[in-house]
Design a protein around this ligand. Structure first.
Ligand code: URA
Length: 259
């Protein structure tokens, strides 16, 4: 990697401004390879040195990818005007200036949400051309019916006439009111509107997979984890839905059964 000024390197990867970085250096909070740094205009090669700010390592990668297990009650927005946002759940040392939620879950929805400052990746994810797979588990008001499988597969029409792309749905043996759904698009309130179109109602909705990413069991509601670039490289590869259901019904149904 070409050498880069230390203050530029830190400011591109954190929320700190250049003047705040100067202050941090005065307060001896910045180290390069274990040495406290006083001057922030020195040039470093991020691939060969270890930089820390307030004891936390700043990684060399230009973009950050955070997987959040969204709890209910937070909006997918960066603007406080919209209410309490998912950004408030990201620890300050993981946040960067340009970070935003790459996709939307409703305020009352739960589960996997990617936050990133990689605008190009987010754009590809959100573009209707790319059809990224999203798998959800839902708790229904009334028992799941097998007729939903064909209805969802065959371009279901919503109440307002809008037609959905073919989607997959399976009931769950553990509870007649739980189901998994796989979508390849993201219309407004889509799953709630799809179940409403077949005469049911979604009580709880949780996204458990986004592209090739599967929400880790250990990640509790409201918790975040940092992903590596290689973790998001295969984002556009869709998991096999039947295989996913077989492997994960047990794991994820436990999250919704008592909600
Ligand atoms: N479909 C919905 O209805 N809500 C979500 O949050 C996601 C998909």
């Amino acid at each position: 990697m070409t050498p880069i000024r230390l203050d530029k390197f830190i400011s591109e990867r954190t929320e700190y401004s250049r003047s705040q970085i100067k202050q941090l250096a005065v307060r001896k909070m910045i180290t390069v390879d274990g040495q406290v740094i006083k001057s922030t205009d020195l040039k470093i090669d991020p691939e060969t040195v270890k930089v820390t700010v307030s004891g936390k390592e700043i990684r060399a990668e230009r973009y950050r990818y955070i997987l959040l297990n969204k709890p209910s009650g937070y909006v997918c927005s960066t603007s406080e005007h919209d209410g309490e946002t998912v950004m408030n759940l990201v620890p300050p040392e993981m946040r960067t200036k340009g970070m935003f939620p790459a996709g939307r879950l409703d305020k009352d929805s739960l589960g996997a949400l990617l936050l990133t400052d990689d605008g190009e990746l987010a754009h590809r994810m959100l573009s209707p051309r790319h059809h990224i797979s999203k798998i959800y588990i839902v708790k229904l008001d009334r028992p799941f019916q097998n007729k939903y499988i064909d209805l969802f597969r065959n371009s279901l029409q919503l109440a307002d006439g809008e037609v959905c792309m073919p989607a997959c749905v399976r009931g769950c043996e553990i509870s007649e009111k739980l189901a998994f759904v796989q979508l390849f698009e993201g219309k407004y309130h889509q799953i709630k509107r799809m179940f409403s179109a077949v005469g049911n109602h979604v009580e709880v909705l949780m996204r458990v997979s986004l592209g090739s990413l599967i929400l880790p069991e250990k990640l509790g509601f409201g918790e975040c984890m940092e992903l590596l670039h290689k973790d998001v490289e295969n984002l556009f590869v869709a998991p096999d839905f039947d295989d996913f259901c077989r492997r994960f019904f047990g794991v994820f149904s436990a999250n919704l059964i008592n909600k």
